[in-house]
Design a protein around this ligand. Structure first.
Ligand SMILES: Nc1ncnc2c1ncn2[C@@H]1O[C@H](COP(=O)(O)OP(=O)(O)OP(=O)(O)O)[C@@H](O)[C@H]1O
Ligand SMILES: [Mg+2]
Length: 283
């Protein structure tokens, strides 16, 4: 099945007013091979402005590789990827850099530079731009720190001195350093305890409302998935099997979807959905 369209003009996860559907990421006929290992084969995906799209799939199905290709860190074998209308595979370096400045990344591994303080980690993307004096960069980085619920007292701490939840927040603050329109989050709640994950979910909700962000998130965490996603793209069989709101996915007959969304853990998480969509008591 190809990518399912979003419901007409709605941004359900935010409860926001109807928005016009505008695809700001368009992945078409994507093929990605490492040697003879085919990771993606004819993958299609669109992400609409203002939505939070989650990507799920078994371990090794290519979720991180997909994000890396979208942001130009990994080259597709074939196919096209357009972000904000620009073809990331053919863009000259200067225009690619300008495009990169429109998104932020919080990646699965290597969250922070261990030798840099919190504030220097957050300031790094701005310093790399070389366009602002350092006092403005520090001010901006401090604002980002507060935006993610930390305070100036945390600014000079080193990554080793932070809790897991704080590391995620600082990584998110760095992803927001350039005030992006679009943010990629790869397993943002991995390693957090349930309360830490809940706090992170609340933070993402607030930031979406305040900043009007479009978010592409990879997560294994069902509670996070259910709490935040407008649509969920399911990676299976080297493709996006479907990209739709969770209630629509529940109707698709596929082993991964059955196992992932209809197992015992999923049934508990799905009770958080509005009543018409929550699973009934039966198997
Ligand atoms: N640079 C690389 N060279 C060779 N194979 C790679 C490379 N990067 C990724 N792969 C392979 O591509 C496949 C997809 O990897 P990817 O990291 O995208 O999986 P994932 O869906 O993010 O998994 P997880 O849920 O465990 O994070 C894996 O089999 C991985 O070993
Ligand atoms: Mg991954």
């Amino acid at each position: 099945m190809s990518t399912a369209p979003a419901p007409a003009g709605l941004v359900p996860g935010t409860g926001a007013a109807p928005a016009r559907r505008q695809a700001i990421i368009e992945v078409h006929k994507l093929v990605k091979r490492f040697g003879d290992h085919v990771v993606h084969d004819g993958l299609e995906l669109e992400v609409y402005r203002g939505e939070l799209l989650s990507i799920v799939g078994g371990s090794g199905t290519g979720k991180t590789v997909l994000l890396r290709q979208i942001v130009g860190l990994e080259r597709p074998t074939s196919g096209t990827i357009r972000v904000f209308g620009e073809d990331v595979m053919t863009l000259p370096p200067a225009r690619m850099q300008a495009l990169r400045n429109r998104w932020g990344l919080q990646f699965q591994r290597g969250a922070l530079f261990s030798a840099l303080s919190v504030i220097d980690n957050i300031a790094l993307p701005l310093r790399e731009l070389r366009t602002l004096p350092d006092n403005l960069i520090c001010q901006s980085a401090l604002l980002k720190l507060q935006l993610v619920g930390l305070s100036a007292r945390d600014a000079d701490k080193m990554p080793a001195d932070l809790s897991g939840g704080m590391v995620k927040r600082v990584a998110l603050a760095r992803a927001l350093a350039l005030e992006p329109e679009l943010v990629f989050l790869d397993e943002p709640t991995a390693g957090l305890d349930p309360m830490g994950a809940d706090d992170y979910v609340a933070l993402i909700r607030e930031l979406r409302e305040e900043l009007g962000l479009t978010v592409v998130m990879v997560t294994h965490d069902l509670d996070t998935l259910v709490a935040l996603s407008d649509r969920v793209a399911v990676l299976a069989d080297r493709k996006v099997l479907a990209a739709a709101p969770i209630p629509e996915l529940l109707h698709i007959d596929h082993p991964f979807i059955r196992e992932y969304f209809l197992g015992e853990r999923a049934r508990r998480a799905l009770t958080a959905l509005p009543p018409p969509h929550a699973p009934s008591g039966e198997a």
